[in-house]
Ligand binder design. Structure first.
Ligand SMILES: NC(=O)c1ccc[n+]([C@@H]2O[C@H](COP(=O)([O-])OP(=O)(O)OC[C@H]3O[C@@H](n4cnc5c(N)ncnc54)[C@H](OP(=O)(O)O)[C@@H]3O)[C@@H](O)[C@H]2O)c1
Length: 264
């Protein structure tokens, strides 16, 4: 998809990877519509990039309901949705609490599902669109302290694969972004929980992982949307793990060739 003049909604755009995504999409001439809780940071970034700011708490289902329609009423039709906002909940599982689990699942899974559901009909009506879900290698590599976070990312990755099957043959693309450690606030908070930090350190010493700069994640994601590529995997040395997980999905796609993707 040519991005010049297209509108891209990015969640979690106030800092970290989301901020880099906003800069990278804007650099391609896209109009960015930015969502996160920190209104001031969003306004500043939107002002700098010529986009729009839409402050919202995406862990609150009432704020998520109808969000895309409100953004479109203010900014115009959205061509690309990037579900990037996320929370990690790193810690000793028995000490974590059910309410935080529910909020994490809402933010990391249910909100992206809802935004995809809100976006698809308009994209189909207008003849095209693209959905990007920012997932994690923690969705298929179990790290101590990240059981809940990993479960949310596994859900998001599998959802994206299933959504792709639903959208087969239709002009709405999907990109699943599966990344390892990226230096941001989130990574330093995860590293503060020693078992998780030590696990990341071990993977790095084994040369199986290396930090990816957020700008690289953003550039590769933008390139994937432009080319219609279904996956971004960084660091590249982690890609073989992701491909093993992906193998049964690809095989199923081949096995189901010709099966209708939608009941009339
Ligand atoms: N950093 C890594 O190593 C890494 C690795 C794999 C995957 N990821 C994934 O990449 C994505 C971005 O992570 P990051 O490292 O950039 O995290 P970050 O630096 O902590 O930034 C998180 C972003 O999400 C927003 N956010 C958090 N809670 C929110 C809520 N309740 N409502 C609305 N927005 C909310 C934050 O904005 P406000 O606080 O202003 O709301 C912020 O813009 C996440 O999905 C994460 O799981 C990160």
């Amino acid at each position: 998809m040519e991005l010049r003049g297209r509108r891209v909604l990015i969640t979690g755009a106030s800092r970290g990877i989301g901020e880099a995504l906003a800069e990278a999409f804007a650099a391609q001439g896209a109009q960015v519509a930015l969502v996160a809780r920190s209104a001031d940071a969003l306004e500043r970034l939107a002002g700098r990039l010529g986009g729009t700011a839409h402050p919202a708490d995406l862990a609150d289902p009432t704020a998520v309901a109808g969000l895309l329609a409100r953004v479109e009423a203010e900014a115009g039709p959205v061509d690309v949705v990037v579900n990037n906002a996320g929370y990690h909940e790193a810690g000793w599982f028995p000490d974590q609490d059910d309410l935080l689990d529910a909020a994490t699942f809402q933010l990391n899974v249910l909100t992206p599902l809802s935004l995809c559901r809100q976006a698809v009909p308009g994209m189909l009506r207008r003849g095209g669109g693209h959905l990007v879900n920012i997932s994690s290698m923690a969705g298929f590599v179990p790290f101590p302290g990240l059981a809940v976070y990993g479960a949310t990312k596994a859900a998001l990755s599998q959802f994206t694969a299933g959504l792709r099957a639903d959208l087969r043959g239709l002009p709405v693309g999907t990109t699943l972004v599966e990344i390892g450690p990226v230096p941001t606030d989130m990574l330093s908070e995860i590293n503060d929980y020693r078992p998780a930090g030590d696990a990341f350190g071990r993977m790095a010493r084994l040369q199986l992982s290396v930090d990816a700069p957020r700008e690289l994640v953003a550039d590769e994601t933008v390139a994937a949307v432009r080319r219609g590529t279904r996956h971004v995997r960084l660091p590249r040395r982690g890609a073989p793990f992701a491909m093993v997980v992906e193998a049964p999905r690809r095989l199923t796609e081949v096995l189901l060739t010709g099966v209708r993707h939608r009941q009339d």
